[in-house]
Design a protein around this ligand. Structure first.
Ligand SMILES: [Ca+2]
Ligand SMILES: [Ca+2]
Ligand SMILES: [Cu+2]
Length: 324
């Protein structure tokens, strides 16, 4: 049996040697922010119905629980065409004074190549299994590479360094919610059945880059032939058949479900919401760090996970909403 290969693509607070108790939010489940409901304007209405979820692809990671392929039925729902941007997140913070978990902890995980020389001198912790993830003090959504960085030119990029709780708080403020994992995959497939990617089975049809992942030799040489070393604007590349942008690559996206590698094997097939409890939440879609040689998790059936308090430079989210 294949061992559970570490997701090179994300680092967890639990794996760091930094203090892991967030003084502001430990144990806090309720998120109290004043709501500013946005309605469903601009969202994509996904009709619902039946689809084949998961994959038995031999190129996949069976230990992640990508299979078995199963028929899932969903009721209609709305989903955002794009990940939440820095500009949108700023509006949320401006209105509510919300403080992210990365800010409360005082640090977040930054990919090593993005850290300035000055900041690198201050870095004391790296993740053992995935040493390209550095614990950077003062890294947060406004300062994605550390205190000497800023998002000035990146307002239309996905917000990063947001934990699952931060994402849930934003959704609550916006009168929305995170998508379930099944909703995310239904929407990401764009109406295609059992294709490897949101656009088909070929990674680069006609030699064309369809998403923001890694080219070159991970983790030191990124040729960035797709145009981006880090995040890309949320509307970069072509949307899928449902009009969703960057479901594959760019940033991992939080889903509402707790993660389990096997709960779904016997779980319900009608509007599934995942296990009743867990330690980690589901991430989908892969990121700008994924590369075929070690982590082809930009495939549409690929899965990952992280603890709800974790934040990194390659995790963001998009919102969903009920059809009323
Ligand atoms: Ca790239
Ligand atoms: Ca993505
Ligand atoms: Cu990856």
């Amino acid at each position: 049996m294949e061992t559970n290969k570490p997701t090179c693509c994300s680092a967890s607070r639990a794996s760091s040697e930094q203090p892991t108790t967030n003084p502001d939010v430990s144990g806090a489940v309720e998120i109290s922010v004043a709501a500013s409901p946005q309605g469903t304007e601009g969202m994509v209405l996904i009709p619902g119905g039946k689809f084949l979820m998961g994959t038995d692809d031999r190129e996949g990671f069976a230990a992640d629980g990508e299979g078995p392929v199963r028929e899932i039925t969903l009721k209609p729902f709305y989903i955002d065409p794009c990940a939440v941007t820095n500009a949108e997140f700023k509006q949320f913070v401006d209105e509510t004074g919300y403080k992210t978990e990365a800010e409360s902890f005082g640090w977040s995980f930054v990919f090593h190549l993005f850290v300035s020389e000055a900041t690198a001198k201050l870095v004391q912790n790296k993740v053992q299994q995935t040493p390209w993830w550095w614990v950077v003090e003062g890294a947060d959504w406004l300062h994605p590479e550390g205190p000497d960085s800023h998002i000035e030119e990146r307002w239309d990029h996905p917000v990063i360094h947001v934990s699952w709780r931060d994402a849930a708080a934003y959704c609550k403020w916006a009168g929305k919610r995170l998508p379930t994992e099944a909703e995310w995959e239904f929407a990401a497939r764009g109406g295609l059945a059992q294709k490897r990617y949101p656009w088909g089975d070929e990674l680069k049809p006609g030699g064309k880059h369809m998403c923001n992942i890694w080219q070159g030799k991970f983790p030191d040489k990124n040729n960035q032939s797709d145009g981006y070393a880090g995040t890309a604007p949320v509307r970069a590349f072509e949307p899928n058949g449902f009009g969703l942008y960057n479901v594959a690559g760019n940033v991992w996206e939080w889903c509402s479900d707790w993660f389990s590698p096997n709960f779904h094997v016997k779980g319900k097939r009608d509007n599934p919401v995942g296990p009743p409890s867990g330690d980690t939440r589901v991430l989908r879609g892969g990121s700008y760090l994924c590369h075929r040689s070690y982590c082809n998790r930009y495939r549409v059936a690929a899965r990952s996970k992280n603890t709800p308090d974790s934040s990194t430079g390659n995790i963001g989210f998009r919102c969903a909403a009920d059809v009323k």
